[in-house]
Ligand binder design. Structure first.
Ligand code: PRX
Length: 704
């Protein structure tokens, strides 16, 4: 127990020091045309109308057979939605738009090289390509309803074509993020027991043509060593007819899709009418150690939820040009590049490459050229663009009505740049908080109805009733200034069905902590644990403080990494920050800060001092970092999340674990050399960690 700044905290609480921010009003222009502009919508989705409220989402879809039961709770906590209903996800995303919008673009694909041609794919063309690939999958590769097919694909239109071809046949797709290693792909093949791998020869990233097929060879070897043999590797070529990989094609196993497709021209595959509860896809999420964790998402529940949230929270209309600048290899891309936008019949932009190629004006040129009016990306991209091109957006003539941020808490400072500079003060920002497991948004403001507050995601979204519990399961009241474990009180259609092949792990991970009665068929007894620390302000808005695993416990004070990072990023020269724990004899653990600077600034003691001082000012003496390391860059995943466990490993002279899935693995050695040699010179080498401490450091941060 003790005081941190003004706040008294106990061992089990996370200290909260964040200042309240001012509100921003929804832009008036947005309101008239918005899908959700009637305040009564909140009432329609109130707890009293649960679960019926979600029929509003289900009715956005076309059903082969309507459901008999909205929500079945007979096998807790494996909730089932739309029981008795049948539908096909591909039909909902493509076929049903053909009549009215067949000539409209479903996707606009922008290759990374600016002199290569942007490709427009109409709903009609998409339909044709999906059918041909589905025929190939079925007749050549032998895929059948219920099978799993693994994809390891970059950001090319062939990825959604492949996904929707599977959806058409009721085949369960499992896309592994293209930037992941062959080994990571192999482990996911094993877990899902796939017999088919769909991949590509090569793709562009940061101006380089990367050899991708090589990873397939590693994936197959890793899978084979664990007893799972891939029978067919289907290799798309980025340029049909040209092969850009060093990897040999293995006779009888590896096939070029463009060659095979010649035999399937014009073929149609009858869509499979799937039960609402049939799995649509697997999405492997983090899990820092052990088995990869495959979130299983359903057809009817998932699709209804992403269609509904796309409509009300992204404010997508069929005539919009919507750009979600994320990768389809993570859930954001599945829900909000492919399934949600296409279910609504809009035009979804896909971009192959990195934000800053060939210069930091690129995203804004794309927005201007294509007339993008809805923009969606992650704080890491926003920070990067602010770092290297703070004045670029003003040079381009584009106009956004809504802008989304997703994936991690956004520092208020960065939020304001997004609002003023990127959004030109014309766009509503939705800060959408959710998880791979949740299918779609959990927390956000409704863009035309609810005020924004930088750094807070807002209230629970429609039909999502959130609650914060302390360690003892007591509800933490709003406005109390106390943080705790945020949970969802009720089931919702987008929630994953289970962890693929591991029901027990599903219950243990998400329900065990706060379940009131394991036998109960009443969903009220089964709050869903998100794993994030959060605080609810008096106005009902939630601030997400980051993963509970990321909390740094300094002498009993639990400090949220995001608070430390948000404080440090206020220093003018600082572009990115990461807070990690380092073992300390005296206080158990102390904080170390890593910062990367904006271009044009050189590391200096003055910056180090400023970072320390601002943390001390905003959070308290207890949080004063033991060291501030100014590094050239942070180790990041390809989805842009900072791998805090890697930095924590370096600071503690511990094993950094597997870094093969990093976007920039080379930075690890560079930082290690810098930090550890400085520590050795200062005589500041921590004692060897105990096995428990080692595990804790390894588990620090959620991302792989
Ligand atoms: O800690 C939360 C953070 O990201 C975690 C989920 O990670 P992942 O499953 O990779 O994300 C999938 C797409 C959302 C959450 O537990 N997170 C996500 N969005 C936000 C966020 N934290 C704060 N604000 C957000 N908007």
């Amino acid at each position: 127990m003790g005081a941190v700044g003004e706040t008294e905290v106990s061992e089990s609480q996370i200290a909260v020091h964040w200042r309240e921010e001012d509100y921003y009003e929804p832009p008036p222009k947005l309101i008239d045309q918005a899908n959700a502009n009637d305040p009564a919508i909140r009432e329609r989705f109130s707890e009293e109308h649960f679960p019926d409220c979600f029929t509003e989402y289900a009715e956005l879809l076309t059903w082969d057979r309507k459901w008999d039961t909205i929500l079945d709770t007979s096998n807790p906590p494996f909730w089932k939605w739309w029981i008795g209903g049948r539908l096909n996800a591909c039909v909902n995303c493509v076929d049903r738009h053909l009549e009215a919008r067949g000539n409209k673009n479903a996707f606009i694909w922008v290759p990374e090289l600016e002199d290569q041609e942007t490709k427009e794919i109409t709903y009609e063309e998409l339909h044709r390509r999906i059918n041909e690939f589905a025929a190939l999958l079925r007749d050549f590769a032998g895929a059948q309803t219920g099978d799993r097919v693994t994809f390891h694909m970059p950001m090319v239109p062939e990825l959604p074509v492949s996904m929707l071809a599977c959806a058409r046949m009721g085949v369960i797709h499992s896309q592994v993020f293209g930037g992941f290693s062959g080994a990571a792909c192999g482990n996911r093949i094993v877990d899902s027991q796939s017999k088919i791998l769909v991949t590509m020869d090569a793709y562009y990233r940061d101006g380089q043509l990367l050899d991708h097929k090589l990873k397939a060879d590693e994936a197959l070897e890793v899978a084979s060593n664990q007893g799972v043999e891939i029978e067919k590797v289907l290799v798309w070529r980025r340029q049909p007819g040209e092969y850009h990989s060093e990897s040999p094609m293995v006779d009888g196993r590896d096939f070029f899709v463009d060659e095979l497709l010649e035999d399937y021209r014009g073929q149609q595959v009858e869509p499979e009418s799937m039960p609402a509860e049939a799995p649509l896809f697997l999405m492997y999420s983090s899990g820092t150690t052990g088995q990869p964790k495959g979130a299983e998402h359903s057809t009817g529940g998932y699709l209804s939820y992403v269609a509904g949230t796309s409509k009300y929270y992204q404010d997508i209309h069929p005539d919009d040009t919507y750009w979600c600048f994320a990768d389809i290899g993570w859930i954001t891309g599945h829900s909000y590049i492919v399934y949600g936008p296409l279910a609504l019949g809009t035009t979804s932009v896909m971009y192959e490459g990195v934000p800053t190629y060939p210069d930091p004006g690129r995203p804004w040129r794309i927005a201007e050229k294509l007339g993008v009016n809805i923009f969606h990306t992650a704080p890491t991209t926003i920070r990067m663009l602010r770092k290297v091109g703070p004045d670029e957006p003003a040079k381009y003539d584009y106009h956004f009505k809504t802008m989304t941020t997703v994936g991690e808490p956004i520092e208020p400072d960065v939020w304001r740049w997004y609002y003023h500079t990127v959004g030109k003060e014309e766009a509503a920002i939705t800060d959408t908080w959710w998880l791979t497991e949740t299918g779609g948004f959990l927390g956000s403001t409704l863009p035309a109805l609810e005020k924004m507050k930088p750094g807070s995601c807002g209230p629970g979204v429609l039909g999502i009733n959130l609650v914060i519990y302390d360690e003892n399961g007591e509800e933490v009241q709003k406005g109390s200034g106390k943080a705790g474990n945020i949970c969802v009180r009720n089931p919702w259609p987008g929630l994953m069905q289970t962890i693929w092949g591991d029901d027990d792990r599903y219950v243990a991970t998400y329900f065990a902590k706060y379940c009131r009665d394991k036998q109960s068929q009443d969903w009220h007894d089964w709050p869903w644990l998100c794993g994030d620390g959060a605080v609810q302000a008096a106005d009902g808005y939630y601030r997400i403080l980051g993963r509970i695993d990321d909390v740094i416990n300094v002498a009993g004070h639990r400090l949220g990494t995001k608070e430390l990072e948000s404080a440090a990023i206020q220093v003018e020269e600082v572009a990115e920050t990461a807070a990690v724990p380092v073992i300390d004899e005296l206080r158990g653990k102390v904080v170390e800060m890593y910062v990367a600077l904006k271009p044009g600034f050189e590391p200096s003691d003055e910056i180090v001092q400023k970072v320390s001082q601002i943390i001390e000012r905003d959070i308290g003496k207890i949080a004063r970092p033991k060291n501030v390391w100014i590094v050239p860059d942070m180790p990041k995943t390809r989805s842009g999340k900072i791998m805090r466990r890697v930095i924590a490993g370096i600071s503690n002279f511990a094993d950094v674990g597997d870094v093969s899935t990093l976007a920039n693995p080379e930075i690890v050695d560079e930082i290690r050399e810098q930090v550890q040699s400085a520590k050795v010179a200062r005589g500041d080498v921590p004692r060897e960690l105990s096995p428990e401490e080692m595990e804790e450091i390894k588990a620090f941060g959620r991302v792989e």
